[in-house]
Design a protein around this ligand. Sequence first.
Ligand SMILES: Cc1ncc(COP(=O)(O)O)c(C=O)c1O
Length: 441
Amino acid sequence: MKIKDLKYERNNALAEKARRLIPGGAHTYSKGDDQFPANAPKVIDRGFGCTLWDVDGNEFTDLAMSLGTVILGHAYEPVLEAVRKEITRGVNFCRPSIIEGELAELLVDIIPSAEMVKFGKNGSDAVTAAVKLARAYTGWKYVARCQDDAFNAIHDWFIGSTVLTRGVPEEVQALTLKFKYNDLDSCQRLFDQYPGQIACFLLEPLSSDPPRDGFLEKLKAMCERNGALLIFDEVVSGFRFALGGAQELVGVVPHLSAFGKAMANGFSTSALVGQAEFMRIGGIDHDQERVFLLSTTHGGETHSLAAAIATIKEIRRHGIIDHFWSMGQALMDGVRSTARDVGAEKYIDVVGYSVKPGFVYRDETGKASMVARTLFLQETVSRGLLMPYVVPSYAHTKETVDFALECIRDALVVMKNAAEGPGMASAVRGEIVKPVFRKFN
Ligand SMILES: Cc1ncc(COP(=O)(O)O)c(C=O)c1O
Protein backbone atom coordinates (compact mmCIF):
# COMPACT_ATOMS: atom_id res chain seq x y z
CA MET A 1 0.00 0.00 0.00
CA LYS A 2 1.24 3.48 -0.87
CA ILE A 3 2.78 5.62 1.87
CA LYS A 4 1.23 9.09 1.81
CA ASP A 5 3.21 12.19 1.08
CA LEU A 6 2.15 14.08 4.22
CA LYS A 7 2.79 17.78 4.68
CA TYR A 8 3.40 19.40 8.06
CA GLU A 9 4.22 23.09 7.63
CA ARG A 10 0.98 24.60 9.00
CA ASN A 11 0.50 21.68 11.39
CA ASN A 12 3.85 22.44 13.03
CA ALA A 13 3.37 26.21 13.16
CA LEU A 14 -0.15 26.02 14.65
CA ALA A 15 0.74 23.25 17.11
CA GLU A 16 3.73 25.25 18.30
CA LYS A 17 1.45 28.26 18.91
CA ALA A 18 -1.08 26.08 20.73
CA ARG A 19 1.59 24.63 23.03
CA ARG A 20 2.78 28.17 23.83
CA LEU A 21 -0.74 29.37 24.68
CA ILE A 22 -2.52 26.28 26.01
CA PRO A 23 -1.01 24.02 28.71
CA GLY A 24 -0.47 20.68 26.97
CA GLY A 25 -1.42 22.29 23.65
CA ALA A 26 -4.89 20.69 23.73
CA HIS A 27 -8.07 20.63 25.79
CA THR A 28 -8.03 16.91 26.47
CA TYR A 29 -4.82 15.14 27.54
CA SER A 30 -5.58 12.30 25.15
CA LYS A 31 -5.37 14.77 22.23
CA GLY A 32 -1.85 15.90 23.21
CA ASP A 33 1.37 15.58 21.18
CA ASP A 34 2.68 13.03 23.72
CA GLN A 35 -0.16 10.67 22.73
CA PHE A 36 0.60 10.50 18.99
CA PRO A 37 3.58 9.55 16.85
CA ALA A 38 5.63 12.38 15.35
CA ASN A 39 4.06 11.97 11.87
CA ALA A 40 0.45 12.32 13.11
CA PRO A 41 -1.60 15.35 12.09
CA LYS A 42 -1.31 17.96 14.83
CA VAL A 43 -4.17 20.33 14.06
CA ILE A 44 -7.42 19.31 12.41
CA ASP A 45 -9.14 21.64 9.98
CA ARG A 46 -12.43 19.82 9.43
CA GLY A 47 -14.21 16.48 9.36
CA PHE A 48 -17.00 14.88 7.38
CA GLY A 49 -18.37 11.38 7.98
CA CYS A 50 -15.27 9.49 9.11
CA THR A 51 -12.79 11.56 7.11
CA LEU A 52 -10.60 14.24 8.66
CA TRP A 53 -8.48 16.89 6.95
CA ASP A 54 -5.65 18.57 8.80
CA VAL A 55 -4.50 22.16 8.31
CA ASP A 56 -2.04 21.13 5.57
CA GLY A 57 -4.82 19.41 3.63
CA ASN A 58 -3.71 15.85 4.51
CA GLU A 59 -6.64 13.44 4.55
CA PHE A 60 -7.19 10.66 7.11
CA THR A 61 -9.76 7.98 7.85
CA ASP A 62 -10.84 8.48 11.45
CA LEU A 63 -11.56 5.48 13.68
CA ALA A 64 -11.45 7.47 16.95
CA MET A 65 -14.40 9.76 16.21
CA SER A 66 -13.47 12.48 18.68
CA LEU A 67 -13.02 10.40 21.85
CA GLY A 68 -16.08 8.37 20.85
CA THR A 69 -18.52 11.24 20.86
CA VAL A 70 -19.26 11.44 17.13
CA ILE A 71 -21.29 8.26 16.83
CA LEU A 72 -23.17 9.22 13.69
CA GLY A 73 -20.31 10.90 11.85
CA HIS A 74 -18.72 14.34 11.61
CA ALA A 75 -21.08 17.06 10.37
CA TYR A 76 -24.02 14.62 10.33
CA GLU A 77 -26.79 16.52 8.57
CA PRO A 78 -29.94 15.52 10.56
CA VAL A 79 -28.23 16.60 13.79
CA LEU A 80 -26.94 19.82 12.23
CA GLU A 81 -30.45 20.56 10.96
CA ALA A 82 -31.90 20.23 14.47
CA VAL A 83 -29.13 22.45 15.86
CA ARG A 84 -29.59 25.10 13.17
CA LYS A 85 -33.31 25.22 13.86
CA GLU A 86 -32.72 25.64 17.58
CA ILE A 87 -29.99 28.30 17.51
CA THR A 88 -32.17 30.68 15.55
CA ARG A 89 -34.67 30.56 18.45
CA GLY A 90 -32.09 31.59 21.09
CA VAL A 91 -29.73 29.26 22.93
CA ASN A 92 -30.22 29.97 26.65
CA PHE A 93 -32.81 31.78 28.75
CA CYS A 94 -33.46 32.89 32.36
CA ARG A 95 -36.09 30.13 32.73
CA PRO A 96 -36.06 26.55 31.41
CA SER A 97 -36.83 26.03 27.73
CA ILE A 98 -39.33 23.51 26.32
CA ILE A 99 -36.56 21.26 25.06
CA GLU A 100 -35.25 20.45 28.57
CA GLY A 101 -38.46 18.65 29.45
CA GLU A 102 -38.57 16.97 26.03
CA LEU A 103 -35.12 15.42 26.34
CA ALA A 104 -35.70 14.50 30.01
CA GLU A 105 -38.87 12.62 28.99
CA LEU A 106 -36.99 10.81 26.21
CA LEU A 107 -34.18 9.70 28.57
CA VAL A 108 -36.66 8.51 31.19
CA ASP A 109 -38.26 6.48 28.43
CA ILE A 110 -35.04 4.82 27.21
CA ILE A 111 -32.74 4.47 30.25
CA PRO A 112 -33.92 1.77 32.72
CA SER A 113 -32.68 3.60 35.87
CA ALA A 114 -33.90 7.05 34.84
CA GLU A 115 -36.86 8.45 36.74
CA MET A 116 -35.37 11.94 36.92
CA VAL A 117 -32.66 13.63 34.88
CA LYS A 118 -30.28 16.55 35.27
CA PHE A 119 -28.20 17.88 32.38
CA GLY A 120 -24.60 19.05 32.39
CA LYS A 121 -22.01 19.77 29.74
CA ASN A 122 -19.53 16.92 30.27
CA GLY A 123 -19.31 13.42 31.64
CA SER A 124 -17.13 14.38 34.61
CA ASP A 125 -19.76 16.73 36.00
CA ALA A 126 -22.46 14.08 35.72
CA VAL A 127 -20.32 11.39 37.41
CA THR A 128 -19.20 13.76 40.16
CA ALA A 129 -22.78 14.92 40.72
CA ALA A 130 -23.74 11.26 41.26
CA VAL A 131 -20.98 10.93 43.87
CA LYS A 132 -22.13 14.13 45.57
CA LEU A 133 -25.71 12.94 45.64
CA ALA A 134 -24.71 9.57 47.12
CA ARG A 135 -22.74 11.33 49.86
CA ALA A 136 -25.64 13.67 50.56
CA TYR A 137 -28.21 10.87 50.63
CA THR A 138 -26.22 8.52 52.85
CA GLY A 139 -24.40 11.15 54.92
CA TRP A 140 -21.21 9.05 54.44
CA LYS A 141 -17.91 10.30 53.10
CA TYR A 142 -16.06 7.41 51.40
CA VAL A 143 -16.40 6.64 47.70
CA ALA A 144 -15.40 3.25 46.26
CA ARG A 145 -14.40 3.27 42.61
CA CYS A 146 -13.37 0.44 40.30
CA GLN A 147 -9.60 0.33 39.91
CA ASP A 148 -9.95 -1.16 36.41
CA ASP A 149 -11.72 1.93 35.03
CA ALA A 150 -9.25 4.12 33.15
CA PHE A 151 -11.11 7.32 33.94
CA ASN A 152 -14.26 8.57 35.62
CA ALA A 153 -13.91 12.35 36.12
CA ILE A 154 -11.55 15.33 36.11
CA HIS A 155 -12.46 16.14 39.72
CA ASP A 156 -10.22 15.68 42.76
CA TRP A 157 -12.07 12.68 44.24
CA PHE A 158 -11.03 10.71 41.11
CA ILE A 159 -7.73 12.31 40.04
CA GLY A 160 -6.47 12.08 43.63
CA SER A 161 -6.85 8.30 43.34
CA THR A 162 -4.45 8.13 40.33
CA VAL A 163 -0.70 8.82 40.22
CA LEU A 164 -1.44 12.47 39.41
CA THR A 165 -1.99 13.54 43.02
CA ARG A 166 -0.24 16.93 42.81
CA GLY A 167 -2.71 19.63 43.85
CA VAL A 168 -5.10 17.21 45.55
CA PRO A 169 -5.05 17.39 49.37
CA GLU A 170 -4.16 14.11 51.09
CA GLU A 171 -7.41 14.29 53.06
CA VAL A 172 -9.33 14.22 49.76
CA GLN A 173 -7.18 11.40 48.33
CA ALA A 174 -7.89 9.29 51.42
CA LEU A 175 -11.65 9.39 50.79
CA THR A 176 -11.54 7.39 47.55
CA LEU A 177 -11.21 3.62 47.94
CA LYS A 178 -10.68 1.05 45.20
CA PHE A 179 -12.16 -2.33 44.36
CA LYS A 180 -11.53 -4.78 41.51
CA TYR A 181 -14.02 -5.61 38.75
CA ASN A 182 -15.43 -9.14 39.09
CA ASP A 183 -13.96 -9.41 42.60
CA LEU A 184 -16.79 -9.28 45.13
CA ASP A 185 -14.35 -10.07 47.95
CA SER A 186 -12.50 -6.82 47.25
CA CYS A 187 -15.87 -5.00 47.64
CA GLN A 188 -16.79 -6.86 50.82
CA ARG A 189 -13.37 -6.06 52.30
CA LEU A 190 -14.06 -2.33 51.89
CA PHE A 191 -17.46 -2.63 53.59
CA ASP A 192 -15.78 -4.57 56.43
CA GLN A 193 -13.02 -2.01 56.77
CA TYR A 194 -15.29 1.07 56.58
CA PRO A 195 -18.66 -0.04 58.01
CA GLY A 196 -21.42 2.55 57.63
CA GLN A 197 -19.05 4.96 55.89
CA ILE A 198 -19.08 4.18 52.15
CA ALA A 199 -21.58 6.32 50.23
CA CYS A 200 -21.32 4.57 46.88
CA PHE A 201 -19.69 2.01 44.63
CA LEU A 202 -18.98 3.48 41.21
CA LEU A 203 -17.92 1.66 38.05
CA GLU A 204 -18.24 1.32 34.31
CA PRO A 205 -20.68 -1.62 34.10
CA LEU A 206 -19.10 -3.04 30.91
CA SER A 207 -15.61 -1.98 30.03
CA SER A 208 -13.13 -4.69 29.11
CA ASP A 209 -13.85 -7.97 30.93
CA PRO A 210 -17.44 -9.30 30.88
CA PRO A 211 -19.07 -9.54 34.31
CA ARG A 212 -18.73 -13.05 35.79
CA ASP A 213 -21.00 -15.00 38.18
CA GLY A 214 -23.59 -12.24 38.48
CA PHE A 215 -20.98 -9.71 39.66
CA LEU A 216 -23.12 -6.65 38.94
CA GLU A 217 -26.32 -8.08 40.48
CA LYS A 218 -24.40 -9.21 43.55
CA LEU A 219 -22.63 -5.88 43.90
CA LYS A 220 -25.99 -4.09 43.82
CA ALA A 221 -27.37 -6.41 46.50
CA MET A 222 -24.24 -5.91 48.61
CA CYS A 223 -24.57 -2.11 48.27
CA GLU A 224 -28.23 -2.26 49.32
CA ARG A 225 -27.42 -4.48 52.34
CA ASN A 226 -24.82 -1.95 53.44
CA GLY A 227 -26.83 1.21 52.69
CA ALA A 228 -24.56 2.38 49.84
CA LEU A 229 -25.67 3.47 46.35
CA LEU A 230 -24.59 1.74 43.14
CA ILE A 231 -23.50 4.22 40.46
CA PHE A 232 -22.84 3.24 36.84
CA ASP A 233 -20.49 5.44 34.83
CA GLU A 234 -22.13 5.09 31.41
CA VAL A 235 -20.30 8.02 29.87
CA VAL A 236 -18.69 5.66 27.34
CA SER A 237 -21.18 2.75 27.34
CA GLY A 238 -24.34 4.89 27.08
CA PHE A 239 -25.94 5.08 23.62
CA ARG A 240 -23.39 2.51 22.47
CA PHE A 241 -23.77 -0.93 24.13
CA ALA A 242 -27.52 -0.40 23.92
CA LEU A 243 -29.65 2.72 23.54
CA GLY A 244 -30.36 2.72 27.28
CA GLY A 245 -26.74 2.01 28.12
CA ALA A 246 -24.98 -1.10 29.38
CA GLN A 247 -27.59 -1.27 32.16
CA GLU A 248 -30.20 -2.18 29.54
CA LEU A 249 -27.96 -4.95 28.21
CA VAL A 250 -26.99 -6.47 31.56
CA GLY A 251 -30.40 -5.97 33.17
CA VAL A 252 -29.01 -4.43 36.36
CA VAL A 253 -30.59 -1.12 37.33
CA PRO A 254 -28.20 1.13 39.28
CA HIS A 255 -29.42 3.77 41.72
CA LEU A 256 -27.72 6.56 39.78
CA SER A 257 -25.86 6.75 36.49
CA ALA A 258 -24.01 9.24 34.34
CA PHE A 259 -24.20 9.64 30.55
CA GLY A 260 -22.26 11.89 28.19
CA LYS A 261 -19.91 11.35 25.23
CA ALA A 262 -22.06 9.94 22.41
CA MET A 263 -25.31 11.48 23.60
CA ALA A 264 -25.38 14.39 21.13
CA ASN A 265 -23.02 13.32 18.31
CA GLY A 266 -20.21 15.54 19.60
CA PHE A 267 -22.25 18.47 20.91
CA SER A 268 -21.67 19.15 24.56
CA THR A 269 -24.28 17.65 26.84
CA SER A 270 -24.31 15.05 29.59
CA ALA A 271 -26.85 13.71 32.05
CA LEU A 272 -27.03 12.51 35.60
CA VAL A 273 -30.01 10.14 35.78
CA GLY A 274 -31.44 8.11 38.60
CA GLN A 275 -34.26 6.98 40.76
CA ALA A 276 -36.51 9.75 42.06
CA GLU A 277 -35.91 8.80 45.72
CA PHE A 278 -32.31 9.98 45.35
CA MET A 279 -32.56 12.59 42.61
CA ARG A 280 -35.35 14.54 44.28
CA ILE A 281 -33.16 15.60 47.20
CA GLY A 282 -31.39 17.89 44.72
CA GLY A 283 -34.75 19.57 44.02
CA ILE A 284 -37.07 22.06 45.70
CA ASP A 285 -40.00 19.78 46.50
CA HIS A 286 -38.97 18.36 49.87
CA ASP A 287 -38.57 19.54 53.48
CA GLN A 288 -35.10 18.08 54.16
CA GLU A 289 -31.85 20.05 54.21
CA ARG A 290 -31.05 21.23 50.65
CA VAL A 291 -28.43 19.64 48.37
CA PHE A 292 -26.67 21.75 45.74
CA LEU A 293 -26.82 19.41 42.74
CA LEU A 294 -25.29 20.10 39.31
CA SER A 295 -26.49 23.66 38.72
CA THR A 296 -24.73 25.04 35.66
CA THR A 297 -25.20 28.12 33.48
CA HIS A 298 -24.97 26.13 30.27
CA GLY A 299 -26.66 22.85 31.24
CA GLY A 300 -29.88 23.80 29.46
CA GLU A 301 -28.22 25.18 26.31
CA THR A 302 -30.91 24.49 23.78
CA HIS A 303 -29.05 23.43 20.64
CA SER A 304 -26.96 20.79 22.47
CA LEU A 305 -30.17 19.29 23.84
CA ALA A 306 -31.69 19.44 20.34
CA ALA A 307 -28.59 17.62 19.07
CA ALA A 308 -29.16 14.92 21.70
CA ILE A 309 -32.80 14.46 20.70
CA ALA A 310 -31.86 14.26 17.01
CA THR A 311 -29.03 11.79 17.76
CA ILE A 312 -31.31 9.49 19.75
CA LYS A 313 -33.96 9.61 17.01
CA GLU A 314 -31.35 8.69 14.38
CA ILE A 315 -30.04 5.80 16.48
CA ARG A 316 -33.58 4.48 16.78
CA ARG A 317 -34.55 5.11 13.16
CA HIS A 318 -31.55 3.29 11.67
CA GLY A 319 -30.93 0.59 14.29
CA ILE A 320 -27.47 2.05 14.70
CA ILE A 321 -26.52 0.12 17.85
CA ASP A 322 -26.45 -3.09 15.75
CA HIS A 323 -24.20 -1.30 13.28
CA PHE A 324 -21.66 -0.53 16.07
CA TRP A 325 -21.58 -4.18 17.11
CA SER A 326 -21.19 -5.49 13.56
CA MET A 327 -18.63 -2.93 12.33
CA GLY A 328 -16.56 -3.39 15.49
CA GLN A 329 -16.74 -7.17 15.10
CA ALA A 330 -15.67 -6.97 11.44
CA LEU A 331 -12.64 -4.92 12.45
CA MET A 332 -11.71 -7.17 15.38
CA ASP A 333 -12.04 -10.35 13.28
CA GLY A 334 -10.16 -8.69 10.44
CA VAL A 335 -7.25 -7.59 12.64
CA ARG A 336 -6.97 -11.08 14.13
CA SER A 337 -6.92 -12.79 10.75
CA THR A 338 -4.60 -10.18 9.20
CA ALA A 339 -2.16 -10.60 12.09
CA ARG A 340 -2.27 -14.37 11.52
CA ASP A 341 -1.77 -13.98 7.75
CA VAL A 342 1.38 -11.92 8.15
CA GLY A 343 2.67 -13.90 11.13
CA ALA A 344 2.41 -10.97 13.53
CA GLU A 345 -0.10 -12.31 16.08
CA LYS A 346 2.36 -11.93 18.90
CA TYR A 347 2.64 -8.17 18.32
CA ILE A 348 -1.06 -7.32 18.70
CA ASP A 349 -3.88 -8.50 20.96
CA VAL A 350 -7.48 -7.71 20.14
CA VAL A 351 -9.55 -7.28 23.30
CA GLY A 352 -12.86 -5.95 24.61
CA TYR A 353 -16.39 -5.69 23.26
CA SER A 354 -16.93 -5.10 19.56
CA VAL A 355 -18.77 -1.82 20.29
CA LYS A 356 -15.53 -0.68 21.92
CA PRO A 357 -12.63 -2.73 20.55
CA GLY A 358 -9.27 -2.51 22.28
CA PHE A 359 -5.77 -3.30 21.00
CA VAL A 360 -2.62 -4.14 22.96
CA TYR A 361 0.66 -3.72 21.10
CA ARG A 362 3.59 -5.96 22.06
CA ASP A 363 7.31 -5.64 21.43
CA GLU A 364 9.85 -8.29 20.49
CA THR A 365 10.00 -9.54 24.08
CA GLY A 366 6.22 -10.04 24.20
CA LYS A 367 5.67 -7.14 26.62
CA ALA A 368 2.84 -4.62 26.12
CA SER A 369 4.89 -1.68 24.94
CA MET A 370 4.66 2.01 24.12
CA VAL A 371 7.41 1.51 21.51
CA ALA A 372 5.27 -1.07 19.72
CA ARG A 373 2.23 1.19 20.04
CA THR A 374 4.15 4.16 18.61
CA LEU A 375 5.41 2.11 15.67
CA PHE A 376 1.92 0.80 14.89
CA LEU A 377 0.40 4.29 15.06
CA GLN A 378 3.23 5.77 12.98
CA GLU A 379 2.78 3.20 10.22
CA THR A 380 -1.01 3.47 10.12
CA VAL A 381 -0.83 7.29 10.10
CA SER A 382 1.64 7.26 7.23
CA ARG A 383 -0.96 5.30 5.22
CA GLY A 384 -3.80 7.68 6.09
CA LEU A 385 -5.44 5.98 9.08
CA LEU A 386 -5.97 7.56 12.50
CA MET A 387 -6.67 4.96 15.17
CA PRO A 388 -5.23 6.04 18.55
CA TYR A 389 -8.19 3.95 19.73
CA VAL A 390 -11.24 2.63 17.91
CA VAL A 391 -14.80 3.75 18.52
CA PRO A 392 -17.25 2.40 15.93
CA SER A 393 -19.54 4.99 14.37
CA TYR A 394 -22.47 4.97 11.94
CA ALA A 395 -20.07 6.70 9.53
CA HIS A 396 -17.90 3.56 9.39
CA THR A 397 -18.79 1.21 6.58
CA LYS A 398 -17.46 -2.08 5.24
CA GLU A 399 -15.19 0.01 2.95
CA THR A 400 -13.81 1.85 6.00
CA VAL A 401 -13.00 -1.45 7.68
CA ASP A 402 -11.40 -2.83 4.49
CA PHE A 403 -9.23 0.27 4.14
CA ALA A 404 -8.27 0.14 7.84
CA LEU A 405 -7.28 -3.52 7.50
CA GLU A 406 -5.02 -2.76 4.53
CA CYS A 407 -3.23 -0.10 6.58
CA ILE A 408 -3.06 -2.39 9.59
CA ARG A 409 -1.63 -5.25 7.51
CA ASP A 410 1.25 -3.03 6.35
CA ALA A 411 1.83 -1.69 9.87
CA LEU A 412 2.03 -5.21 11.28
CA VAL A 413 4.53 -6.25 8.60
CA VAL A 414 6.73 -3.26 9.51
CA MET A 415 6.47 -4.20 13.20
CA LYS A 416 7.34 -7.83 12.50
CA ASN A 417 10.29 -6.96 10.26
CA ALA A 418 11.61 -4.51 12.81
CA ALA A 419 11.12 -6.97 15.67
CA GLU A 420 12.90 -9.74 13.78
CA GLY A 421 15.58 -7.33 12.53
CA PRO A 422 17.04 -4.23 14.16
CA GLY A 423 14.32 -3.93 16.83
CA MET A 424 11.10 -1.91 16.93
CA ALA A 425 12.68 1.10 18.64
CA SER A 426 14.99 1.68 15.67
CA ALA A 427 11.98 1.92 13.32
CA VAL A 428 10.29 4.68 15.32
CA ARG A 429 10.85 8.21 14.05
CA GLY A 430 10.50 10.76 16.87
CA GLU A 431 9.32 10.43 20.45
CA ILE A 432 7.67 7.37 21.94
CA VAL A 433 4.04 7.96 22.99
CA LYS A 434 3.35 8.06 26.73
CA PRO A 435 0.48 7.17 29.03
CA VAL A 436 -1.64 10.12 30.22
CA PHE A 437 -1.48 8.93 33.82
CA ARG A 438 2.22 9.31 34.65
CA LYS A 439 3.84 11.23 37.47
CA PHE A 440 6.35 13.25 35.41
CA ASN A 441 6.53 14.44 31.79
C1 LIG B 1 -15.70 6.28 31.49
C2 LIG B 1 -15.59 7.79 31.49
N1 LIG B 1 -16.26 8.49 32.43
C3 LIG B 1 -16.21 9.83 32.47
C4 LIG B 1 -15.46 10.56 31.57
C5 LIG B 1 -15.42 12.05 31.64
O1 LIG B 1 -16.10 12.63 30.57
P1 LIG B 1 -15.79 14.15 30.13
O2 LIG B 1 -14.44 14.15 29.47
O3 LIG B 1 -16.90 14.48 29.20
O4 LIG B 1 -15.81 14.98 31.36
C6 LIG B 1 -14.75 9.88 30.58
C7 LIG B 1 -13.92 10.62 29.61
O5 LIG B 1 -13.15 10.09 28.85
C8 LIG B 1 -14.80 8.45 30.54
O6 LIG B 1 -14.12 7.75 29.61
